[in-house]
Design a protein around this ligand. Structure first.
Ligand code: PMP
Length: 373
């Protein structure tokens, strides 16, 4: 089976699995307990993982908050900031191509009285920063939330510019970087405007059910406040409660360590695989393909392609015993993808679109399977 749905989830790396196993077996201690070896070992393992994540993202270890995944991190920031800073404003600016965990949360907040501005995007799914500046001027928001790299088409927003704008205007910036972390260099030191970042382990060959919410401290060292989503024992610096899932945290840490080590080589390999796949599809379909994504400033290994004259659902079903593909997130005959609609595709173009999301362990020759379909 050729697995080309890595944007949905990725196969756990063997080294990650090996690192996790002891914490599901003999090393079962609770890191919040004290003094005895099992607890101290668990605590050390969590801190090592936190260190690897902080190193990958360019932040301090105590700015790394473990959550159950990017959906939780996104909910935590949007709801937590809105509630905590309610007396300072109730306007959020986001985009119309966010993941449902941002989009639906915004819609929920709107029902509760928050005003949300949804920025439109260009044909590659990127926001227009001039429009962002205008909207900030018109009605200064308490939070801007912009997806870094799109999960359906792979385009990257210019987060450097967005970060500078938010820093200059002293506005909290959150970014959903779930598809980007581990694939594109993210060094938060270079993005001083970003206060919150969400990501998830299972997109970078880690386990499911574990993610990160980075919450940057103020430059003066004070912690950024927000209302917690989950109240309780306050295990994660009082931002989030719940007994830490040590095995998953260890897995996230190992995945982050490996991602940092191999990022550049994977970037090059994935870019080569992409070019090769496009060549094959182009030959096979006599040039009757259209790329929905830009071929620069994108997540390596994510392609969204219209295969003219081919119904996407029928195609992915037909090949499903040999290739795992998807049409893109949440696209069905009754509910077309909001991302593909937002970039201006009509229903016929959406119905021919397939998302190919590659992984670094694929070899070029694996893709030859498309020649014989
Ligand atoms: N944001 C983006 C951009 C995603 O692609 C995903 C996963 N599909 C999520 C958030 C949610 O991540 P998780 O499954 O870890 O909650």
């Amino acid at each position: 089976m050729l697995y080309l749905d890595n944007s949905a989830t990725s196969k756990i790396n063997e080294e990650v699995l090996e690192a996790m196993l002891p914490y599901l077996k003999e090393e079962f201690g609770n890191p919040s307990s004290k003094y005895y070896t099992l607890a101290e070992n668990a605590k050390k393992a969590v801190e090592t993982a936190r260190h690897h994540v902080a190193s990958l993202l360019g932040c301090e270890t105590d700015e790394v908050i473990f959550t159950s995944g990017a959906s939780e991190s996104n909910n935590m920031v949007l709801k937590g900031v809105t509630e905590y800073y309610a007396n300072q404003g109730n306007h959020i600016i986001t985009t119309n191509v966010e993941h449902p965990s941002v989009q639906e949360t915004c819609q929920y907040l709107e029902q509760k009285g928050t005003r949300v501005t949804y920025l439109e995007v260009d044909k590659y799914g990127r926001i227009d920063v001039e429009e962002l500046i205008e909207k900030i001027k018109e009605d200064p928001p308490i939070l801007v939330s912009i997806i870094w790299g799109n999960n359906e088409i792979g385009s990257l927003n210019d987060m450097k510019l967005v970060s500078d704008i938010c820093a200059k205007n002293n506005i909290f910036l959150h970014t959903d970087a779930t598809q980007v972390v581990g694939k594109v260099h993210v060094d938060l030191n270079q993005y001083p405007g970003i206060t919150f970042l969400s990501c998830s382990a299972h997109k970078l060959q880690g386990p499911k059910g574990i993610g990160i919410c980075v919450i940057k401290k103020h430059p003066d060292g004070y912690r950024t406040k927000l209302t917690p989503l989950i109240h309780g024992g306050g295990q994660e610096f009082d931002y989030r409660s719940g007994t830490l899932a040590v095995h998953n945290i260890v897995g996230m840490g190992k995945a982050a360590e490996l991602a940092e080590e191999h990022q550049e080589e994977h970037y090059t390999h994935l870019s080569e695989l992409e070019t090769y796949l496009i060549e094959i599809l182009n030959d096979k379909l006599d040039g009757k393909i259209t790329l929905n994504n830009d071929n620069k400033n994108k997540i390596p290994g994510v392609l969204s392609i219209q295969l003219h004259g081919i119904n996407n659902e029928l195609f992915i079903k037909k090949v499903s015993n040999v290739i795992a593909l998807s049409t893109g997130s949440a696209c069905s005959s009754t509910k077309p993808s909001h991302v593909l609609s937002a970039i201006g595709l009509d229903i016929d173009q959406i119905r021919t679109t397939i998302r190919f999301s590659l992984s670094a362990d694929i070899k070029k020759e694996d893709l030859d399977i498309f020649k014989s379909l």
